[in-house]
Design a protein around this ligand. Structure first.
Ligand code: GLN
Length: 322
């Protein structure tokens, strides 16, 4: 594959005052939207979240930040971990090997669907849905312990305080039969790369990492900055892999709302049913949002509303510059 440009610095600089105003207004709009959604309850522990909680954290490459609302609240990363899982697979297995085992096609189905996997293909459609993430975890499960992957997550999120949320893990392990169905379906098709119980257990643990809006903003910043932590200079993800990651986040990161989110917001993003969203915006800029009240697709309703406003007002849509 040809090397991708990192692209940093080619866009006009954002005005600081306007940026603050736009984020403040986005926070208000998100707060207003929160009551229209519902907190996830299929993992019982998640149902305990405050439906009106909402927070936005912005971190840019110069270390400037903006924070509104519940930015310190810890919540489980849930599907946002799929970005980290894919980044690790790309780093240690490489592009060719990774995509021998999972496709890169939007599924158009809900995040936990088994339909297309059973009827249309032996490989999961993409690494951002449960089947694809579980399959990607199986590529790593024989090489890495949970603690090592958690350490990678701490580095990528610039957050040494990420730990396993034991209550969420327990709740998820007790009720995760659909994910067990997925892992055994993958095994039955002969594509799973590790033991099914070990794989699904590692997946449950990775979904149960506790983060906050700031950790997700830092993750977004590293991705937006071509895989380089702008403060330490460490190049965690190589530019080619960042391009792949951003493309898959853009096309598949918001489940069966990815197309509409791509049109309305147009920023590579990934959501989780814990209410978190990571966005890798231009600048470089990372935006982390937390709002556990979800829309019917499983995306934070407040965060989606807020991102619509932010992207529109600050011209963050990736195609604004193409
Ligand atoms: N742990 C959740 C599950 O597997 C993750 C789903 C999500 O965040 N959309 O069901």
């Amino acid at each position: 594959m040809k090397a991708a440009p990192t692209g940093a610095g080619v866009f006009p600089k954002l005005n600081k005052e306007k940026t603050r105003e736009v984020f403040a207004r986005a926070y208000e709009l998100g707060l207003k939207a929160a009551p229209e959604g519902r907190v996830a309850d299929y993992i019982p522990e998640l149902a305990k979240a405050d439906p009106n909680a909402f927070g936005i954290y912005m971190l840019n490459g110069e270390g400037e930040s903006l924070a509104f609302g519940d930015v310190g609240t810890r919540f489980s990363i849930q599907s946002v971990c799929k970005v980290i899982i894919l980044a690790i697979a790309l780093k240690f297995k490489g592009f060719e090997e990774t995509f021998k085992h999972v496709m890169m096609e939007p599924s158009g189905d809900s995040f936990n669907s088994i339909l297309k996997l059973d009827l249309r293909s032996n490989l999961p459609f993409n690494p951002m849905i449960n089947a694809g993430a579980i399959q990607t975890v199986s590529m790593l499960a024989n090489d890495f312990e949970f603690e090592e992957i958690m350490q990678f997550a701490r580095e990528l999120c610039m957050d040494p305080n990420i730990v396993l949320d034991e209550a969420v893990y327990k709740s998820e392990a007790e009720t995760g039969d659909r994910n067990r169905a997925i892992v055994y379906l993958l095994k039955s098709k002969g594509v799973l790369m590790a033991d099914p119980e070990k794989t699904v257990d590692l997946y449950f643990k990775l979904c149960s990492l506790s983060v906050n809006a700031r950790s997700l903003a830092a993750l977004g910043l590293v991705i937006s900055n071509g895989g380089v932590n702008p403060f330490s200079g460490e190049n965690w993800i190589e530019p080619n892999h960042v391009r792949t990651l951003k493309s898959i986040m853009f096309t598949c990161g918001m489940y069966d709302f990815s197309g509409e989110f791509g049109v309305r917001v147009g920023v590579p993003s990934k959501s989780g049913v814990g209410g978190g969203i990571v966005c890798a915006a231009r600048g470089p800029m990372g935006i982390g949002l937390y709002g556990p009240s979800l829309d019917p697709y499983g995306n934070s309703i407040a965060a989606v509303r807020a991102m619509e406003h932010i992207s529109e007002e600050l011209d963050l849509h990736v195609f604004d510059y193409l």
